[in-house]
Ligand binder design. Structure first.
Ligand SMILES: C[S@@+](CC[C@H](N)C(=O)[O-])C[C@H]1O[C@@H](n2cnc3c(N)ncnc32)[C@H](O)[C@@H]1O
Length: 271
C-alpha cells in the first residue's frame, strides 16, 4: 500500500493530525504543523480532543454498567490511544467484544494495538471500511462473526460524522446502522460544533480545508447534532460540550467552548 513510506509522511492524514492534537507520538511533522495551525486558530481544540476521548470512555462505561452492553461497533476509531475502547470495556467485562472500523490506511497500520485483548475471553477485530457504506460494514464478516446482533450493541461514532457532508446523508447513514441494532442498544455520538464561536471555528475548519487533510470538516449546530438522535431516547444531559457530559472527578474545569459536543442515545422498541 505504501511502497516506500514517503507518500504517507509527505501528506497530513486526519487520524495522525488528531493523534497530534491528543499529544500522541504516531504522527509526522506535516501532521504536527496542521495540528499547530488549527490550535493557533482555536486554542481549545487540543483540550477538546482530549476531553472527547475521556467522554467516549465515560459513555462506554455507562453503556456497560447501566445498559449491560458487552459488544461495541466503533466506527472512526482513529490511531490507538490509551485507554482504547476494548481496554475500557474488557476491564469491566472480560468477555467484551469490539469491532473497530476506520477508512484511513494509517489506522490499519496501527491496528495491532487494538487487537490485543486485555483478557483471554475478550475479542476485538478491525475492519478497513467506510462509514458512507454502512450496509457493507454491517454485512462484513468482522461484524457478523464478532457481534451478536440479537443482543444490545454500543455504536460509537466519536468525532467522525463531521467528515460527512449533507450530500453524503449522515442522518441516512446513521438510520441504516441504528435500524440494524436491537432494542437496548446505544448510540454514542460526538461532533464538531462551532456554535460558541462560529468565526474562530470556521477559521480552524478553513485551515484544515486549505491543508487538504481530508474532506472538509462540516461544523454542525447543537440543533443539528441533536437531530441525529431522532428516534432514540437522548439520555441526560442531552447533547452538551463533551466535558460537561456526566463529568467525573478526572474532568477539570475548562472553557465553555469545547468544540466537540456529544450525547448518548438509547434505542427502544423492537429490533
Ligand atoms: C477525529 S478522529 C476520531 C478518533 C476517535 N473516534 C476518537 O474520537 O478519539 C476521526 C477518525 O474517523 C476516520 N474517518 C473519517 N471519515 C471516515 C469514513 N468515511 N469512514 C471511516 N472512517 C472515517 C478518520 O480516519 C479518523 O481516524
Amino acid at each position: 500500500m505504501f511502497p516506500n513510506g514517503s507518500f504517507e509522511q509527505g501528506k497530513p492524514h486526519p487520524a495522525r493530525v488528531y493523534d497530534s492534537l491528543l499529544g500522541g507520538k504516531d504522527n509526522y511533522p506535516v501532521d504536527q504543523a496542521v495540528a499547530e495551525g488549527i490550535a493557533q486558530r482555536w486554542p481549545e481544540i487540543q483540550r477538546s480532543a482530549q476531553q472527547n476521548r475521556a467522554w467516549m470512555a465515560r459513555a462506554v462505561r455507562h453503556m456497560v454498567k447501566e445498559g449491560g452492553v458487552t459488544q461495541f461497533l466503533d466506527i472512526g476509531t482513529g490511531i490507538p490511544t490509551r485507554p482504547n475502547l476494548h481496554e475500557i470495556a474488557q476491564g469491566m467485562v472480560p468477555s467484551a467484544r469490539i469491532v473497530y472500523v476506520d477508512n484511513d490506511p494509517v489506522v490499519l497500520r496501527h491496528a495491532e494495538a487494538l487487537l490485543t485483548p486485555i483478557s483471554p475471553e475478550g475479542r476485538s477485530t478491525y475492519l478497513q471500511a467506510d462509514l458512507r457504506d454502512p450496509r457493507a460494514v454491517l454485512a462484513s464478516p468482522e461484524v457478523t462473526e464478532t457481534l451478536d446482533m440479537t443482543r444490545p450493541v454500543g455504536l460509537v461514532l466519536a468525532a467522525i460524522l463531521h467528515f460527512l457532508d449533507e450530500d453524503e446523508d449522515p442522518a441516512g447513514v446513521l438510520r441504516v446502522l441504528v435500524d440494524a441494532l436491537p432494542a437496548g442498544s446505544y448510540v454514542a455520538l460526538s461532533h464538531a460544533c462551532g456554535d460558541a464561536d462560529p468565526v474562530r471555528a470556521e477559521e480552524a475548519s478553513a485551515f484544515y480545508r486549505q491543508n487538504k487533510v481530508s474532506k472538509p470538516v462540516v461544523l454542525r449546530t447543537q440543533k443539528q447534532i441533536e437531530e441525529f438522535f431522532t428516534g432514540l431516547e437522548l439520555l441526560e444531559p442531552g447533547v452538551v460540550p463533551v466535558d460537561r457530559w456526566r463529568p467525573d472527578a478526572s474532568v477539570s474545569e475548562g472553557p465553555d467552548d469545547m468544540g466537540f459536543r456529544g450525547g448518548l442515545g438509547l434505542k427502544h422498541g423492537t429490533a
